[in-house]
Every structure is written in C-alpha cells, then in structure tokens.
Design a protein around this ligand. Structure first.
Ligand code: PAF
Length: 274
C-alpha cells in the first residue's frame, strides 16, 4: 500500500482515505462520494479491528461480507481497497499503542474503556500505510472524530480530517452496520434515539438551557419502549468535548446518546448550534 501511495503521490495525485470496518452502507458511500469529490484517488480500508472490541463485545459476530463490499466499492468507483489481515496489522511482537488520555474517558470511553486506544492505534497505522492527504470520518462517531483530531494535533499528523454528516433512513434511524441485528420490533423501537435528540433540539429552540432538564426529558422518550437500555446521554462542547451543565448561545454542542435496543448497542448524536 505504501509503495502504491508513493507512486501516486510522485505522479501528483491527491489521495483520500475512507477507513471502515466493512459491511458497507449508505453512510460509508457518502464518505466515499466526498473523498471522490475532493481527491484524485480514493482508498477504502476494510479491517474489523480486534483491538477496539472488548472481550465481551461483538467482534466475532460483527457483520462481514467482503464479496458484497467489493461489489459496492466497484460500483462506487473506488480506486483501491486496502484489506489487510489481522496478523499483518498486529504481527507477533506488536507492542505499541496510541492513547489519547482525557476525552477518551467519558461517554463511549466510560462504557468501552479500551475502545479508543484500539481506534487511535489502528487509525495511526492506517494513516501510515495509506499516507493519504485527506481522511473521511462520519459524524455518527463524533467522539471518535474528536479523539482522532486530538491524536493528529498531538502527534503532528498533518493530513486533513473531514467529518461528514450522519446519513439516516427516511424515518430518522442513523445508518449503522449494526442495524442488521435489529428485529422488526426493535427496528421500530430504535427510533427513540433520534426522536429524543430531535426533542432535545426543540427544547433548546424553545429556550431550555439546563442540561439536566433536557436529559431527563430525553430519557422519558428512551424509556417509552421496553427494549431500551440506556448507557448514556451527554451534552458536550463541540470543540473541546468537555461535558457542560448549561447551554449558551456562544458555543456549539453535541448531544450524544448510546443505548441498547434489545441486545444491539446503537449510538447517535446531533450537533446543536443556537
Ligand atoms: O469507525 C469505524 O468504522 C472504525 O472505528 C475505524 C475508524 C474504521 C477504525 O477501525
């Protein structure tokens, strides 16, 4: 991959990387489209990264279908698929990890303590393997994007990171590879994530500024279905990712939610600008 990238760069081509774990959906396609509009060459990586899954999580049952993914990538006009094996990325003797210290402790980090260490390590490796000019990530994993931005700032990684908007089904469910796990009822119940976020947005529009109150209203919607099991709702400053107690018109914020519907853990968020 590095040799290919070197050649492309020597020929004056700009390279965009879309890192994925496969089982591609329209959310990934929106990142690919953005990369194709900005860069001469688009590389998609598919790697279900074991180090970002805890032992009790869904690594072995994470959906995989490389044949289907390859067809999707060909139809989307992607130039290269980077599809390494786990032992190429983590050969025996591997012992280096990248860890961002503070913003990885809250929200996702509180419920998945080793997750971001795995993400930043693989993303640093993917950046070094593909050596892109641009990398494209989805806003659905807003905390992941913030953690990667922090890593890039701290390690002086100078490629440009582009965060693309969440792609949703018509009824508002954020696209995710994990949506395939939902039963028919759970698929309907899963709409409470987006509904609660929209409700919060409305409350803020109407003048509510107290985070505790907004969250307690959101919880009513989440708990209106019997399949929901909430991990967290958080409201953070969009720049620093620091949790806040009140909303002010001077900043923008993320409202973030992680909730199990049945046994499927879903996340969603909105960017709030007043
Ligand atoms: O967002 C994802 O799919 C993964 O966390 C990523 C960035 C590909 C790293 O494995």
């Amino acid at each position: 991959m590095q040799r290919i990238s070197d050649k492309l760069k020597a020929a004056g081509k700009s390279i965009g990387l879309v890192p994925t774990m496969g089982y591609l959906h329209k959310g990934h396609l929106s990142l690919i489209k953005k990369s194709k509009s900005k860069c001469n060459i688009t590389v998609v990586s598919i790697f279900v990264n074991p180090t970002q899954f805890a032992p009790n999580e869904d690594l072995s049952k994470y959906p995989r279908d490389i044949k289907r993914d390859k067809k999707i990538l060909t139809a989307a006009g992607v130039d290269y698929l980077f599809y390494p094996e786990a032992d190429e990325i983590y050969p025996s003797g591997f012992q280096t990890h990248v860890e961002v210290e503070n913003i990885t402790k809250i929200l996702e980090g509180e419920f998945r303590p080793s997750h971001f260490r795995g993400v930043t390590t693989i993303v640093a490796i993917l950046f070094n393997a593909v050596m892109p000019h641009y990398a494209f990530f989805g806003q659905k994993d807003a905390q992941q994007a913030a953690v990667i931005k922090r890593m890039m700032q701290d390690l002086k990684i100078t490629l440009k990171l582009i965060v693309c908007p969440i792609v949703r089904e018509k009824d508002g469910l954020a696209l995710s590879s994990r949506n395939v796990y939902l039963s028919e009822k759970e698929r309907k119940d899963a709409l409470v994530l987006n509904k609660s976020l929209r409700h919060a947005e409305q409350l803020v529009k109407e003048g509510e500024r107290v985070v505790k109150k907004i969250i307690s209203e959101m919880k009513k919607i989440i708990f209106s279905v019997d399949t929901s099991n909430l991990d967290y709702i958080g409201i953070v400053n969009a720049e620093s990712f620091e949790p806040v107690k009140t909303i002010s018109s001077k900043s923008s914020y993320y409202i973030l939610i992680a909730c199990k519907i049945g046994t499927t853990r879903l996340i969603d968020n909105i960017l709030l600008k007043i």
